[in-house]
Design a protein around this ligand. Structure first.
Ligand code: DX5
Ligand code: ZN
Length: 216
């Protein structure tokens, strides 16, 4: 059964207490928290104080997706704020291996995200050091975009690469995920589904999470 990581970017920021309560009661596995700096991506979302509050409101895993330049400068701060998993972007890290070591040494699980234009092969030499890889299925920066179909092929290729390592490295997919395209992604090898708009804009978010979770 796949893991479901609702992206709070699409939730009601005025009532994050209610959002956390609903997610705690739901079958969601992780809280996916998108941090944007207005430099790496052309948007700014939320930052450390918000994550600290969300941390206090849930015992579920906080999966923090950093869409920021120079993430190594803030890695300890995100640990202190309560991140369990820290995702950095391949495209922003000049010294990716040392960034991964830093995340691990602070007691978080390291993950690397790749943009739609970045080939999965670029992660070959770092793969065995990762808890999961995040394949962006839209361009990062905004919720509510359409899924890029080529991503399916990238998930398949990544799955092959992971099998060769004989390690359990998860594949997370993020962007434009819906009840309609989730089955193909899981079939291709995705283990963790991030979904923002399709959950929070649905009539019954808890039920949408349940349905996503039920997709074999
Ligand atoms: C995009 C973020 C995603 C986004 C997903 O930059 O990384 O996590 O919130 O939102 P939807 O599901 O609406 O595409
Ligand atoms: Zn994300």
């Amino acid at each position: 059964m796949s893991l479901i990581a609702p992206s709070l970017l699409a939730s009601d920021f005025l009532h994050l207490d209610r959002v956390c309560k609903m997610l705690n009661e739901s079958e969601a596995d992780w809280f996916h928290l998108d941090v944007m700096d207005g430099r790496f991506v052309p948007n700014i979302s939320f930052g450390i104080p918000v994550i600290e509050h969300i941390r206090k409101a849930t015992k579920k895993i906080c999966d923090v997706h950093l869409m920021i330049e120079e993430p190594e400068k803030l890695t300890p701060v995100f640990k202190k704020a309560g991140a369990d998993i820290l995702i950095v972007h391949f495209e922003t890290c000049k010294n990716l291996h040392s960034n991964i070591q830093q995340i691990r040494s602070l007691g978080m699980k390291p993950a690397v995200a790749i943009n739609p234009h970045t080939p999965v092969e670029f992660l070959q030499d770092i793969l065995e050091d990762l808890y999961h890889v995040l394949i962006m299925t839209v361009n990062p920066g905004f919720g509510g975009q359409s899924f890029i179909p080529h991503s399916l092929e990238k998930v398949r290729e990544m799955k092959k690469m992971i099998r060769k390592t004989r390690k359990e490295i998860l594949i997370e997919v993020d962007g434009g995920i819906t009840l309609e395209n989730a089955p193909a992604l899981i079939q291709a090898g995705a283990d963790v589904l991030v979904a923002g708009s399709s959950i929070f804009q649905s009539k019954d978010p808890k039920e949408t999470i349940r349905l996503l979770k039920r997709i074999a």
